[in-house]
Write a protein that binds this ligand. Structure first.
Ligand code: ZN
Length: 213
């Protein structure tokens, strides 16, 4: 079992390699590695990320087969099947770190902001179910100073949506609550920058204990 803190460091190191173009992806997806994991997996982190084609978790964290249990859904929203997927991995594989990974310029966030400003009726019910999950956390931002600055608003909205998903995972499941309280499960929020490739872990990161680094 890999503690949350160590798992987080692995992701941070991997993202640094990705940004520096020092990728080890070929080795991490080799035939040897495939054989190693064919009979079982021990993913060290669970990532709930957006389906956006520009944010594949394994690539931006420079990880390979068997490393990450990844759930991708437009807008990195939390609906029952996402909670169930996180429960499944945390319970079955003793994975101790969950990362909600949003990203700059998220299309779902842009669409939701548009919808909040100019509601339309012609959405499919299924797309509406995504927008409806995102709206409550970003609607209040429209009543602040941010509403006058489009870029700042989008940036804040992306982060508010990530925090909302972190909170839903942390408080919306008895299994996950129990693992958080007794087994060291940690749920953090992060934002990937399409422009720089950097992942900023900005929410819920546990402080390093004094004397350790
Ligand atoms: Zn997105």
């Amino acid at each position: 079992m890999i503690p949350a803190r160590e798992a987080l460091e692995r992701l941070q190191d991997g993202n640094r390699r990705f940004v520096a173009e020092l990728r080890s992806r070929d080795a991490l997806a080799s035939r040897e590695r495939r054989n190693e994991v064919a009979t079982g997996q021990e993913p060290f982190a669970i990532v709930l990320g957006c389906s956006d084609s520009r944010v594949p978790a394994e690539i931006v964290f420079d990880r390979g087969l068997g490393d990450l249990f990844v759930i991708r859904v437009a807008g990195n929203i939390v609906a029952p099947s996402q909670v169930g997927s996180v429960e499944f991995a945390a319970d079955r594989f003793a994975t101790r770190l969950v990362v909600v990974l949003g990203h700059s310029q998220c299309g779902v966030i842009l669409a939701t902001l548009e919808e909040l400003r100019r509601p339309t009726e012609n959405h499919s019910r299924n797309i509406a179910s995504i927008v409806d999950r995102v709206s409550p956390s970003i609607e209040p931002l429209l009543h602040t100073e941010l509403a006058r600055d489009h870029d700042a608003l989008v940036h804040a909205a992306v982060r508010a949506n990530v925090v909302a998903s972190v909170n839903q995972l942390s408080h919306g499941s008895e299994i996950l609550e129990h693992l958080i309280q007794t087994e060291g499960l940690v749920v953090v929020g992060a934002e990937y920058s399409l422009e720089t490739g950097v992942v900023d872990f900005f929410h819920g990161v546990p402080l390093v204990e004094a004397g350790r680094r």
